[in-house]
Design a protein around this ligand. Sequence first.
Ligand code: 5AD
Ligand code: FES
Length: 362
Amino acid sequence: MEELLHKDHLQKEDIVRLLSATGEEMRQLFARALEVKLQYLDNKVHLRGLIEYSNRCRKSCLYCGVRGPNDKVHRYTLTDEEVLDCARQAMELRYGSIAIQSGERSDKAFTDKITELVREIKRLSDGKLGITLSLGEQTEEVYRQWFEAGAHRYLLRIEASNEALYYKIHPHDDRHDFQRRLSCIDSLLKLGYQTGTGVMVGLPFQTVEDLADDLLFFRRKDVAMVGMGPFIPHQDTPLYAYADQIPSDEERLNMTLKMIAVLRLMLPEINMVAATADQTLDPMGREKAIMVGANVIMPNLTPTGHREDYLIYPDKACVGDKPEECQSCLDIRMHAIQHEILYDAWGDSLAFTKRHAPTVSD
Ligand code: 5AD
Ligand code: FES
């Protein structure tokens, strides 16, 4: 175990072994991952103020509570003024960066609206607010348009890097195409976005080998950011039928923590999110993720009236909290685990910054 925890280039069998650790070995893994994080990234935590722009969605992912066919959901789209207010609030709270997330839409009215909002947020913040987008699969042209408008980070989880598993958790049709999702990630990387991807942990049919392959996929793609959270069955979705076949809450959270820890050993300089879903399974879930290698938190800025309509999974944490309450709550929570929130900063991934820094040649 000691040897594995200090090994330079982990192979698949090493990763499977680490992900299978329990008890004392799991604690050793967590301790080593924290040590590596502190060495590379210090005890700093970056914030992204999350704006859940719209829950209208053309997709039907089999796990997601706001999937298009779920007619129990009250659909909304924030007005321009609501979005800009969120951005102003992010500035006031000194979050250096925001993330705009939405159900997937690809019509021109939507994509142009996003371009306009990104430009406007850049203008009102004097270029100071970093903007991350998480708006699903789009054409390269649209990704370029948004990048040129001022977005510099993009999150598109692959959800499951094993194609067979991907099609067990998505309908197999032209709206849910594994190869297209892969090529979207490639486009984002090519265009120069700090690109993030990720998976859900504890899905039905998912094996520890699948999870090891997910981590190898992140390394192969050389992404700047990763978001991984436990799968939480939602009763108005088809995958709920398998809710009794997945590992327990505790096991899914522990596996998520092990995924974060092992990835921190593999890619010490990337940004990794402590997902809100961690906190749904355990009141200390996000703190636990930070203590095993995560370094980003996404406090919610969505107007409280709309949050309950964005229940991707049930019992989402902080749904009733006002943004300013979230801020002081997070400050206290991070101090309690000897971490410090970095305000007024974009909080770029060190992995990305280094790769794109001008090289000195003589
Ligand atoms: N449980 C956990 N995470 C989920 N997501 C969607 N549905 C669920 C669920 N039931 C995640 C997906 C998506 C992100 C927005 O939320 O990974 O990319
Ligand atoms: Fe695909 Fe919500 S419908 S993640």
